[in-house]
Design a protein around this ligand. Structure first.
Ligand SMILES: Cc1cc2nc3c(=O)[nH]c(=O)nc-3n(C[C@H](O)[C@H](O)[C@H](O)COP(=O)(O)OP(=O)(O)OC[C@H]3O[C@@H](n4cnc5c(N)ncnc54)[C@H](O)[C@@H]3O)c2cc1C
Length: 367
């Protein structure tokens, strides 16, 4: 009994002892969304603490396809971490296939261990304090980790698919189930996407000396993803022993708000992955940039943090809504009822800014 009381007292002392520094913002998670928002806020002169549970570089299950526009959005040179620049997209549904080669690259691929640690290093160089600690609980302005506790005026949840910060804000409604294989080998600078009926797809993304291949779809509908993936590897004569990873994450489904009191959510923590393609790096980074702008206004002039929701609705949600509306007929209709123009246009605008809005407009015009 005495031992128990002492232990509790010690825990309390430990908590008060460490609440010494008040940060302007504490960012939980050092993926692309977390490192971008923290770098931007540090650039604006704020004291930022970033907590990351894994020591970088760490493996992250991801095909690593990034739209080329990201480089301009981040205003940093990404050439050191680019694996392959992609000019050709092949999109297939059943026997209908569209192959489009662009004049300039529309995507590049990355290895997430290198990409994420590169972005985190840029944040660190900008003055962000990085601590390898796991956030366990948020109470008001206090973040309790496995090692200590910290206080921040704003708490930013950038802790990905299994976010603990999200519990304080909302519950996502749709989840994507995926399986990914990393295989040593070579594949040319082409991205291959194969849609199969009932909300599923498979892909091949080339890296340097490595191929990322996978299958994914809405968790409610897709089954046997591993079998689908092995069938694709066989069909494409991709040999070698793949390392297989399973991963689930939320996709966008019109959340009411990603803000609660002094907390905001960015990237996968906010369930911002694209409901058509499952891609979340672009929306994660975009939400981080909008988030940095909103947090800056909150800290410097007490503008409501809800400005973040407003900007998401103005700049990101229209594109995600268009992607969602495209996904329903595209994945649900049998191949024979899917016009070839849909497949061609979707390939043509893959990776483009506002691409899904453009595709939707074009689909209904039948161009
Ligand atoms: C199989 C697969 C393929 C994909 N392919 C693509 C693709 O080709 N293109 C694309 O754009 N997107 C793709 N995605 C989606 C993409 O991986 C995510 O959308 C993206 O990683 C989101 O970035 P983020 O920074 O929000 O979260 P994450 O990258 O998940 O980063 C979150 C970070 O938070 C850390 N963390 C978690 N919990 C805690 C905690 N309690 N305390 C401290 N730190 C914590 C984690 O260690 C992690 O480093 C794919 C996903 C999967 C599963």
């Amino acid at each position: 009994m005495i031992v128990k009381v002492r232990k509790k007292k010690l825990e309390k002392m430990h908590l008060y002892f460490y609440i010494l520094t008040m940060y302007d913002a504490i960012v939980i998670g050092g993926g692309p969304s977390g490192s971008t928002i923290s770098r931007k806020l540090a650039e604006a002169g704020y004291d930022i603490l970033l907590l990351e549970k894994e020591v970088m570089p760490r493996y992250k299950v991801c095909a690593g396809g990034v739209p080329s526009i990201i480089e301009d959005m981040l205003t940093v040179d990404l050439s050191p971490i680019k694996e392959k620049e992609i000019k050709t997209i092949i999109l297939r549904k059943g026997k209908k296939e569209s192959k489009i080669t662009f004049d300039a690259p529309v995507l590049f691929t990355v290895r997430r261990d290198f990409f994420d640690s590169y972005l985190l290093d840029l944040a660190f160089r900008q003055g962000v304090e990085v601590k390898y600690e796991k956030a366990i609980k948020i109470t008001g302005r206090i973040v309790i980790t496995d090692k200590s506790s910290y206080e921040g005026k704003v708490i930013i949840g950038a802790d990905g698919a299994a976010s603990i910060v999200r519990k304080n804000v909302f519950t996502p409604e749709r989840w994507l189930k995926s399986v990914e294989a990393e295989i040593d080998g070579d594949w040319d600078n082409t991205v291959f996407i194969d849609v199969f009926s009932h909300f599923g797809y498979r892909w091949i993304m080339p890296k340097r000396g490595r191929i990322s291949a996978g299958a994914g779809g809405l968790s409610r509908y897709v089954k046997n993803l591993e079998d689908m993936l092995y069938a694709l590897l066989n069909e494409m004569h991709i040999k070698g022993l793949p390392s297989i990873y399973h991963y689930g994450y939320p996709i966008w489904f019109s959340p009411k708000s990603l803000v609660r009191d002094n907390i905001i959510l960015v990237g996968d923590a906010g369930g911002l992955a694209n409901p058509f393609s499952g891609a979340g790096i672009f929306t994660g980074i975009f939400s981080a940039l909008i988030g940095a702008y909103s947090v800056d206004n909150f800290l410097k002039s007490s503008a409501p943090l809800e400005q973040y929701d407003y900007l998401l609705k103005a700049f990101i949600y229209p594109e995600l809504k268009a992607a969602f509306r495209l996904a329903i007929p595209f994945y649900l209709l049998p191949v024979s009822f899917t016009p070839f123009s849909w497949i061609k246009n979707t390939a043509k605008y893959w990776g483009k800014y506002s691409g899904y809005i453009t595709i939707r407009k074009k689909l209904w015009r039948g161009i």
